[in-house]
Write a protein that binds this ligand. Structure first.
Ligand SMILES: *Cc1c(COP(=O)(O)O)cnc(C)c1O
Length: 451
């Protein structure tokens, strides 16, 4: 069967694709190879790719390539297609909106769907205080705006981010991001007044949450000073940095310190948000209520949308015209977000994320029991990672890269991450079936055994 046959039998793309791993050529096949040659000639070298394929359809838990291969998707396009790729409700909402109007610019002629997305975010984000939202195009843009809003509210300049943090690739967000290669190297100078504090990383620092927080707070007080500090920004579970889950008590202690010192606490939930971790937002797992929360990735079933949501008095500190952008809250993206949020709330996806997490954790822990190179298995819900180490516990980036490459060659898309490049992260669409998930893990186990 060719990809064209697959497409004609599945006009909606998406979930009606056969949910199977199917290899009919080696990866990349000839048609994918042709596209990669055109890519190399036409697209800037700095824009890399993980799987050497030409994607032509995706849905449920699979991505189909131009050669007719069907790959198991354990990455969701980096935690984006949580509701599943081309979810029918998203497709329907987008088709209806795109035929109605594609753009007016919300700052020129407001429309209802933007307001409805803001209302939904105000309702579903942690905390029952009065909230407001503003919409943007990308995660990095949301983070930039959260910092702008916090500075305007506090009238203070400094921002603290954490070791292993990832917040984007624009100038301000590169400054907030910890890892030089590939995100920052050669792209400076970076924005000023950004400071870095140590994170709680239980597998490597051995500290309790309280001790790790005390260490971070002491550094913040000595090197920055609360009087100068507008905001602390942190991912409740580090994404690109290695799916690092802070020890219990770490995040609440940082939040308490921020409250006591008039510092805005920003949770960057761009990767952890929208049911991914088995809660609507990961902050709930740690019992914290952020002042501001940034969201993107899973928000709109694959369409570009991002948001800052938070305490009304903080969000309202900016003068009219100070926030916004030409495309921010585009009506097609808003329609997709409303359909996605409805899916999160009515299709049992939070529960499904927990089930996926239980399967991943059980299987990976079993693999770890028989293979000391799996140093740590961690995460929450459908955001689980395995950290690979050498015999002396050092990060093993070479093994990690070899396993990921072998998985893709066998038709399973996996992503790596981690400051040391030694983590494989599992972020399957919540629409994946148990069978596909197990088969994907089987392939990872075989690749590890053979590496
Ligand atoms: C992906 C990500 C971003 C950046 O989002 P973009 O849409 O790529 O700009 C910021 N923060 C976190 C935690 C992310 O995972």
């Amino acid at each position: 069967m060719t990809a064209a046959d697959t497409l004609t039998t599945t006009p909606l793309g998406g979930p009606s694709l056969p949910q199977e791993r199917r290899l009919v050529t080696s990866i990349p096949g000839p048609r994918s190879q042709q596209l990669l040659e055109r890519k190399a000639a036409a697209v800037a070298a700095g824009v890399g790719h993980t799987a050497p394929i030409e994607a032509v359809a995706a849905g449920g838990g699979v991505v189909v390539d131009a050669d007719g291969n069907s790959l198991i998707d354990l990455g969701s396009g980096i935690a984006v297609t949580s509701v599943g790729n081309a979810h029918p409700k998203v497709v329907e909402a987008v088709q209806a909106q795109v035929a109605q109007f594609t753009h007016t610019c919300f700052m020129v002629s407001p429309y209802e769907s933007y307001v409805a997305v803001a209302e939904a975010l105000n309702r579903i984000t942690p905390g029952d205080h009065a909230k407001k939202s503003a919409l943007f195009n990308s995660g990095a843009e949301a983070v930039e705006n959260a910092i702008k809003i916090a500075r305007k509210f506090t009238k203070k300049p400094a921002v603290v981010a954490f070791d292993h943090g990832y917040h984007g690739r624009t100038n301000l967000t590169m400054a907030l991001t910890a890892k030089a290669m590939p995100y920052k190297s050669g792209f400076g100078p970076f924005a000023s007044e950004i400071y870095r504090a140590p994170l709680s990383y239980p597998y490597r620092d051995g500290l309790s949450g309280a001790d790790a927080a005390a260490k971070a707070i002491s550094i913040i007080e000595k090197q920055v000073g609360a009087d100068n500090l507008a905001a602390v920004i942190i991912e409740p579970i580090q994404g690109e940095g290695g799916f690092i889950v802070p020890a219990d008590g770490f995040l609440p202690a940082i939040v308490d310190w921020c409250r006591a010192n008039d510092v805005v606490f920003i949770a960057d939930e761009i990767q952890t948000g929208f049911a991914r971790t088995g809660a609507m937002f990961a902050s709930e797992i740690f019992g914290i209520v952020p002042d501001l929360i940034t969201t993107a990735k899973g928000i709109a079933g694959g369409l570009p949308l991002a948001a800052v949501t938070g305490r009304a008095e903080i969000m309202d500190a900016s003068h009219a015209g100070g926030l916004g952008g030409t495309y921010g809250g585009n009506p097609v993206a808003c329609a997709a977000a409303l359909a996605s949020i409805e899916a999160f709330e009515t299709e049992g996806l939070i529960e499904r994320a927990r089930e996926i997490g239980a399967i991943l954790t059980e299987r990976l822990t079993q693999i770890q029991a028989g293979d000391p190179r799996v140093g740590d298995v961690r995460g929450h819900g459908a955001m689980i990672a395995a950290e690979f180490v050498t015999a002396d516990g050092s990060p093993d980036a070479a093994l990690t890269a070899a396993v990921a490459k072998a998985c893709i060659a066998e038709g399973v898309i996996v992503l790596t991450c981690g400051t040391y490049g030694n983590v494989i992260r599992f972020l399957p669409p919540l629409a994946i079936t148990d069978d596909l998930l197990h088969e994907g893990i089987d392939v990872v186990a075989a690749a590890l055994a053979a590496s």
